[in-house]
Write a protein that binds this ligand. Structure first.
Ligand code: DGY
Length: 330
């Protein structure tokens, strides 16, 4: 008998066809009020779930007593109550690797756009305000040769270091849980403490996941350590930063600019003070949002889900303890 799968993200026709071949599929097209009601109605039968951008907490999971596997179409797993999933022996998988390069591209797009004021100055041209040669009032900052500071040296941090080191001749400094000798060798990167990085980097880039340990990691004290020339880039999660402290740092010119792809609350409120600031480049969480990468992520999630439902260990298992417990129970 085919297993029951609830999709809360539409997939491409080839992936939909593959899933239909192997499972009984219920598709929730959007996560508005109606979609959520449909999801709640489908959860009691669900054995597999696949989607993204939904907080899957214990309350929702309790509606799904038959659930065996959840495949997230994301690398970040902060939307999931991992302890509760593990307690229920539900396998959670994610989609690392396939989005690394694209997300690092987004990071560099934000570095370049905020340093060279690309959005602000393109808007000036569009508004018909390019009336004379650009002068110091509109100059930006160099990117090449400046110090690139990376907080969180995982896969995406490494891909950012690679771009900075080889593409822009940037000295790379980084802070993470522990030093990474291989990264130091490949990119001439130097490990330093968080305060040291905040004081020394020209570009301060956040690439670390949201966890209990990183929640609110960058707040008033940390912004106070940055220099007036510093540019702050966030491609990780909004909640790693105290957004009010960031707004104040930008308003008071404690830092020069920010390139932000993620926010405390998403979508970002139209009334956010961040949108009043010319020195902010804000994008709508586009880290991995290219045709190629989103398809690769969806394919990876389908592979993970089908493997889990077939009793195999998915390639990108987030909670191996759930797998061990299941095996022990057989
Ligand atoms: C992820 O995969 O976690 C990204 O933030 C989504 O683009």
């Amino acid at each position: 008998m085919k297993k029951q799968v609830v999709l809360y993200k539409k997939l491409s026709p080839p992936l939909m066809a593959r899933l239909h071949e192997q499972a009984q599929v219920t598709l929730i097209e959007d996560l508005g009020a109606q979609g959520l009601a449909k999801l709640r109605g489908a959860l009691p039968a669900a054995q597999g779930l696949l989607g993204a951008s939904l907080r899957l907490d214990a309350e929702l999971l309790d509606l799904a007593p038959r659930l065996e596997a959840v495949a997230s179409v994301s690398v970040g797993v902060d939307n999931y109550d991992i302890d509760y999933l593990t307690q229920r022996d539900i396998l959670l998988s994610n989609t690392p690797d396939v989005l690394t390069e694209t997300t690092a591209d987004t990071g560099f797009a934000l570095i370049l756009a905020s340093a060279r004021r690309v959005v602000e100055l393109a808007n000036l041209v569009r508004a018909g305000q390019w009336n004379r040669n650009i002068g110091p009032l509109h100059f930006g900052s160099d990117v090449h040769g400046k110090t690139l500071g990376i907080i969180g040296m995982g896969r995406i941090g490494e891909a950012l270091a690679q771009r900075g080191h080889f593409g822009f001749g940037m000295p790379v400094i980084y802070h993470s849980n522990s030093p990474k000798p291989a990264v130091e060798q490949r990119f001439g990167a130097r490990y330093c403490s968080l305060p040291e990085l905040l004081q020394q980097a020209d570009f301060i880039c956040l690439t670390l996941p949201l966890t209990d340990q990183t929640l609110g990691l960058i707040g008033r004290e940390e912004f106070a350590l940055m220099r007036p020339e510093s540019i702050f880039i966030n491609i990780s999660r909004g909640k790693v930063v105290d957004e009010q402290a960031l707004i104040e740092a930008l308003q008071q010119r404690q830092i020069r600019a920010a390139g932000l792809d993620v926010f405390e609350r998403e979508p970002l409120g139209h009334d956010s003070p961040l949108l009043q600031l010319n020195n902010v480049v804000a994008t709508p969480h586009i880290g991995s949002a290219t045709f190629e990468t989103r398809e690769a992520m969806a394919r990876c999630a389908v592979d993970n889900l089908l493997a889990a439902l077939a009793g195999q260990r998915p390639a990108n298992l987030v909670n191996p303890q759930a797998w061990e417990r299941r095996k022990a129970a057989v």
